[in-house]
Design a protein around this ligand. Structure first.
Ligand SMILES: [Zn+2]
Length: 435
């Protein structure tokens, strides 16, 4: 009996060991060493995260942004990257960006994107590093110092196993992602140039978890643009509004906006009139996003202005939406006229076949490491981000960072173990991309 019990125990243990190794079974011996190297870096990575979070780096706190940049720069210097700080013009009032490159002459040219700044300025009441067991709260833990550190951890692990040697990588950590400096043709010029010289772009914004806690990858992000609708009417006595005087600017603005809502909506497209002013004397200050309006109930309003945003999946959708909006605005009620203008802000990260192929590689790496397959996150599920400036030129994937909750809010927090998971997936993906 005793001997049989021991035999059963041995069999059970063997089965358990087999189950544990199943995760690694799809990794080559070199890849298994790489995963072990990532795990060996985890304690240092958490210390690096804590140090970076304890430096306030609100976008407008240029000194703090540069200090976080210097901290990460030392890490990248140690790994043999050529690093430099890219200054922005003084008038832009932004800290600048950290660029680190290495050109080993082999494999895909990969652009790696993160940002140094957070939405929390020095006067923010939100605490810095506040660890509570397996999670941590703090300024930018999730958006996106956790992702920056996961990237650095992956690079350190690749270096440890000698796999960084011949790779062609560019790491760009921007200092103003949360409030990009204007003009963007200047603040994002280096990113665009790097994207044009790359095969793949990966960004380390937080990994969004889908149903059942499954990780997702971001293969598309909607473009943002703004619209301005200006409507004119004839100022006259209110009694004439349904007669010769015409309907006035307010009714006409209402007609146009409701026309947009009823006739222009399609999946993935949204437009939001955010502010409206109407009357006989209106003024709007775009710098302050505020204005004034004067009018009288017995006078037909002669002017309305509306400011809104327009978010779209790709340029074809943008062009379709704008053509319909212009057509609706042109169907003027008697006694009125209207004009609508558009301003592009963030270009779209369209869902392309190249992005989906990159997601498939990433998902395979994750599954092979026993961390589960990765689903595509719908493009409308997250706001605008830096990768959109690179995406028009290169196959792109975002959302490779750590996982947390409440980005931009006082409750922003991070699951600490997710940094290691992100680093393992990233290290394997980079290993496979650069071979
Ligand atoms: Zn971010």
């Amino acid at each position: 009996m005793m001997r049989r019990a021991v035999l059963v125990l041995v069999l059970v243990l063997a089965a358990l060991a087999g189950a544990c190794n199943a995760a690694a079974a799809d990794l080559s011996p070199a890849e298994q060493r790489l995963v072990a190297a990532v795990q060996a870096e985890s304690a240092d990575a958490l210390l690096l995260l804590e140090r970076s979070v304890n430096i306030n780096s609100g976008t407008m706190n240029a000194a703090g942004v540069r200090e976080v940049g210097a901290l990460f720069r030392r890490q990248l210097d140690q790994l043999g990257f050529h690093t430099r700080w890219i200054d922005m013009p003084a008038a832009m009032q932004r800290a600048g960006h950290l660029l680190a490159t290495r050109d080993g002459g082999q494999g895909k040219r990969v652009l790696l994107l993160g940002h140094l700044d957070t939405v929390f300025e020095p006067d923010s009441p939100v605490q810095k590093w506040d660890r509570q067991g397996a999670r941590v709260r703090g300024q930018g833990v999730n958006d996106m110092k956790g992702g920056d550190v996961a990237l650095i951890q992956a690079l350190r692990a690749l270096a440890r196993v000698g796999a960084l040697e011949h790779s062609r990588l560019a790491v760009l950590l921007t200092g103003d992602e949360e409030h990009a400096g204007d003009p963007k043709s200047v603040s994002r010029r280096d990113m665009v140039e790097l994207a044009k010289a790359s095969d793949v772009a990966l960004a380390f914004e937080g990994t969004v978890l889908g149903p059942g806690g499954r990780a997702t990858g971001t293969v598309g992000r909607r473009a943002t643009s703004e619209f301005t609708l200006d409507v004119k009417g004839r100022q006259a006595h209110s009694a004439g509004i349904f007669g010769a005087a015409g309907y006035g600017a307010v009714y006409e603005a209402a007609r146009i906006l409701d026309g947009f809502r009823q006739q222009v909506v399609e999946p993935g497209l949204t437009f939001n009139p955010g502010v409206i002013l109407g009357g006989t004397d209106i003024g709007y200050d775009p710098a302050q996003s505020r204005g004034s309006a004067f009018g009288k109930t017995n006078v037909i309003a002669n002017a309305v202005t509306v400011k809104g945003d327009l978010r779209y999946l790709d340029d074809a959708q943008r062009d379709r939406a704008r053509a319909r909006m212009r057509a609706i605005a042109a169907q003027s009620l008697p006694g009125t006229s209207a004009s609508i203008t558009f301003d592009d802000s963030y270009p779209p990260m369209a869902v392309t076949a190249g992005n989906l192929a990159l997601l498939a590689l990433y998902s395979q790496a994750s599954a092979d490491a026993g961390l589960g397959e990765i689903d595509a996150l719908p493009a409308e599920a997250r706001g605008a981000g830096d990768i959109q400036f690179a995406a028009p030129y290169v196959d792109s994937l975002d959302g490779l960072g750590a996982s947390g909750r409440g980005a931009h809010s006082p409750g922003e927090e991070l699951e600490l173990a997710s940094v290691e998971r992100a680093a393992i997936r990233t290290a394997l993906l980079l290993y496979r991309l650069t071979r």
